[in-house]
Ligand binder design. Structure first.
Ligand code: ZN
Length: 438
């Protein structure tokens, strides 16, 4: 038989970072709320289908037409048999769609691959990863558990199983499984996730959970005002409706919002005292006032919810756009923000937007203030010139996997340099005299 599924010898390494959660921190400084991304959590995918003598990636050529999967050609391959060939073809299709962030389509292919080769651990593990990306944590757990039964020695499978438990809210199982993975092969990034899960378990052991509409709230029962959760559900649901309309997309699964007091928040996130909120896949919100949903809290919820909307639908969204949209949702505007930044003596060097695609985390406070101002300026320029419709088209282009430069060109006709220049001129309009943008 030309095709076998074999995990033991020469392997096809699918080296693909699966971004299962991105995070943002925000803080107050000089009365100005700032938000900075924290590390993206990355799950290593398992080694996958091995096909003797042939690189399965070459299967793509057999059913890709103009960059799209041709269902007829794929079906031909599937029907040629043996089942291993069908599984490999379906897997190749799933991976192709997964890499382009089309997780619903990827799911249908990976499920067919699993049906064709039900005793392949790696396929079950991949199925679990794609289910997680689709927000189907409970189903992900059962596939990850099956993968672990089939291949108990695989550290990748253990890491994925732990992540599935974590996403399904089964913290204790996640901790045990990740500890087991660390015994097989220690990993620095996972060590951090494990520590965080332990802190979370310690703080949240007495927390209550309530689900309504698009949200799951977690909080310490009896510690909030009588109408707090009702008010929070109502505010969040209204924001959800507004954001789905303005952004033209929605999160794939219910959004979890965890309310802490300030000490609990510091204990879970290990963050400095000035950090005021975080989104690492869950919205983690420290409350100063546990009595009611105040206007500042509503603004914070809108900001963090924007990140939840973007993180699984537009995983390659550049940070400047992500933070620009989140600030716009609060709402915040350059007209009031620019003078405040200038008053702090930090309005200065205008950093090219192309250098602000990644995390703001390593920035100093001054650099971060400037970065948030620029992010908002660029996003306002786009909205004022092309409308929310232009921003929606930009997000759709980014979601399809094209570079930001190309996505910008498709909407504006210009590229990064043009937008940086326009944002710089726009911000300068609102700076007091003498606080020139350099
Ligand atoms: Zn933010």
């Amino acid at each position: 038989m030309a095709w076998t599924l074999n995990r033991q010898s020469v392997r096809w390494l699918a080296v693909l970072a699966v971004l299962l959660g991105a995070g943002w921190i925000l803080w107050h400084a000089f009365g100005q709320k700032l938000h900075a991304p924290v590390n993206k959590s990355v799950t290593t995918p398992p080694l996958i289908v091995r096909v003797e003598n042939v690189d399965p990636a070459t299967l793509l050529d057999k059913f890709l037409v103009d960059g799209h999967i041709d269902p007829g050609r794929l079906a031909e391959l599937e029907n040629q048999g043996p089942p291993a060939l069908a599984a490999a073809a379906d897997f190749a299709a799933a991976r192709y769609e997964h890499e382009r962030n089309r997780e619903e389509t990827a799911l249908s292919y990976i499920q067919r691959a699993v049906s064709a080769a039900p005793s392949n651990a790696s396929l079950h593990a991949w199925c679990a990863v794609i289910l997680m990306n689709n927000g189907q944590a409970a189903e992900a757990v059962s596939h990850a558990e099956r993968a672990a039964q089939l291949d108990p020695a695989s550290v990748e499978v253990q890491r994925i199983l732990g992540k599935a438990y974590y996403q399904a809210g089964r913290l204790e199982s996640a901790i045990t499984t990740w500890e087991h993975a660390q015994q097989i092969s220690p990993d620095e990034a996972l060590a951090k996730e494990l520590e965080k899960a332990k802190r979370e378990a310690a703080v949240e052991s007495r927390f209550t959970e309530a689900a309504r509409g698009h949200f799951v709230l977690r909080y310490e029962g009896g510690k909030l005002g009588a109408t707090f959760t009702d008010d929070a559900f109502r505010a969040l649901e209204r924001d959800y409706g507004d954001l789905s309309q303005s952004l033209g997309l929605e999160p794939r699964a219910a959004v979890t919002v965890v309310f802490y007091n300030e000490q609990q928040f510091a204990d879970v996130t290990n963050s400095p005292a000035w950090v005021e909120g975080l989104n690492d896949g869950k919205m983690r919100i420290p409350l100063r006032d546990t009595g009611s949903v105040t206007p500042p809290l509503e603004a914070l919820l809108r900001h963090e919810l924007t990140h939840s909307f973007l993180q699984d639908r537009v995983p390659r969204c550049p940070t400047w756009l992500n933070e620009g949209l989140a600030q716009m949702a609060e709402p915040k505007d350059v007209a009031t923000m620019a003078p405040a930044v200038a008053a702090q003596g930090t309005a200065g060097e205008f950093v090219p937007l192309s250098q602000m695609e990644g995390s703001f985390q390593a920035m100093t406070l001054e650099q971060a203030r400037q970065a948030y101002l620029e992010s908002l300026a660029a996003t306002e320029v786009l909205r004022n010139t092309y409308g929310m419709d232009g921003l929606r088209r930009l997000l759709a282009a980014l979601a399809s996997g094209v570079s930001t430069e190309d996505a910008l060109r498709s909407v504006t006709g210009g590229g990064y340099d043009d937008l940086t220049a326009a944002a710089k001129a726009y911000a300068a309009k609102y700076l007091p005299q003498g606080a020139a943008v350099r």
